[in-house]
Design a protein around this ligand. Structure first.
Ligand SMILES: [Zn+2]
Length: 320
């Protein structure tokens, strides 16, 4: 009798905990989605929440692995390629920064006050050569110090064709995967965002800084010899780079010698014509998921750039 009570209590405690764990799993969308994936091959899976840009990682062979992100949940998406998916916008948009409800999205998911206030939404983010931190006019100097007055690199990538770009070392290879690049190589290290912007601006006289997203979604870009291009570009622009070194210091622009990277995207078939879905005009998007490239879902009846709809509250399901 003395021992039975503790055993009963222990048993009740264990049953309660197992039940609590199961219910916890069931009511957490990410875990519920994973349970569905394992039990039903992804079919019937459903998730809802505010869209974030997809999480993309690359394994050692360069194969891109996608996860759909809704609020704090992440759903592995490569397994859904080939299946019919449905994305329904509920009509609500929440600011990705302050979570406030907003009728319109600015700069990929911000409410208007955040768009006007945040340094990350300033025009110099798109044009780093216009960084105005040194003039004392940065919207958020502490943010600028952390994100802009820090080492940056200049890279060459092949997304739709050869392009030049800049980023922070910590953003690689995410930056390349977000752009749907199939090849990429860093070429130069510099000490700030402004410097990277000046170097990029110099190279832009010969090399585009844009990706043609229609071309990127129509197929694989023709393969380039990235190491040879790096050598050619550095030789071609040596006088201009030396002029910048004379201004900033001999060590300000440093040549890198990384092995070029190559990336492969989970795409079963590319569309012959690229038709883009617009959730603002058509809140229900449904079709067979043919592939994932950059921040795009490629469906058999159109493509959608999920990054553009960050903050949109959606219901996502794998229908069949
Ligand atoms: Zn906001």
């Amino acid at each position: 009798m003395i021992y039975r009570i503790p055993i009963r209590r222990w048993a009740a405690f264990m049953v309660g905990n197992v039940l609590a764990l199961c219910l916890n799993c069931y009511y957490r969308p990410s875990l519920r989605a994973v349970i569905f994936i394992f039990s039903r091959g992804g079919v019937g899976m459903q998730m809802e929440g505010a869209l974030r840009k997809m999480a993309i990682t690359a394994d050692e062979e360069g194969k891109a692995h996608y996860a759909l992100r809704l609020d704090d949940s992440a759903l592995p998406l490569n397994g859904a390629v080939g299946r019919t998916v449905r994305l329904v916008w509920t009509g609500a948009i929440r600011c990705v920064h302050c979570q406030r409800s907003t009728n319109k999205s600015f700069a990929q998911g911000h409410c208007y006050p955040c768009f006007k206030r945040l340094a990350s939404c300033d025009t110099c983010i798109m044009s780093p050569e216009r960084c105005h931190y040194a003039q004392g006019t940065c919207r958020e100097p502490a943010w600028g110090e952390q994100h802009c007055m820090a080492p940056h690199l200049v890279y060459l990538a092949n997304s739709s064709a050869l392009k030049v770009g800049i980023t922070k070392p910590s953003q690689l290879p995410t930056r390349w995967l977000d752009q749907g690049a199939t090849q990429a190589v860093p070429i130069l290290d510099v000490d700030s965002r402004l410097q990277s912007g000046w170097v990029e601006d110099t190279l832009r006289s010969e090399i585009s800084d844009r990706t043609s997203w229609q071309a990127m979604l129509k197929g694989e870009a023709a393969e380039l010899d990235m190491a040879a291009l790096r050598t050619r570009v550095l030789a071609q622009f040596e006088p201009q780079l030396d002029a910048l070194r004379a201004r900033w210091g001999a060590d300000a622009i440093r040549v890198r010698s990384d092995v070029p990277r190559r990336f492969h995207y989970p795409v079963q078939a590319y569309p012959a014509k690229v038709k883009s879905f617009n959730l603002d005009r058509q809140p229900i998007v449904e079709g067979q998921l043919m592939g994932l490239k950059g921040q795009y879902l490629i469906l058999d009846n159109g493509v959608i750039n999920l990054r553009k709809y960050a903050g949109y509250h959606v219901d996502f399901s794998v229908v069949s």
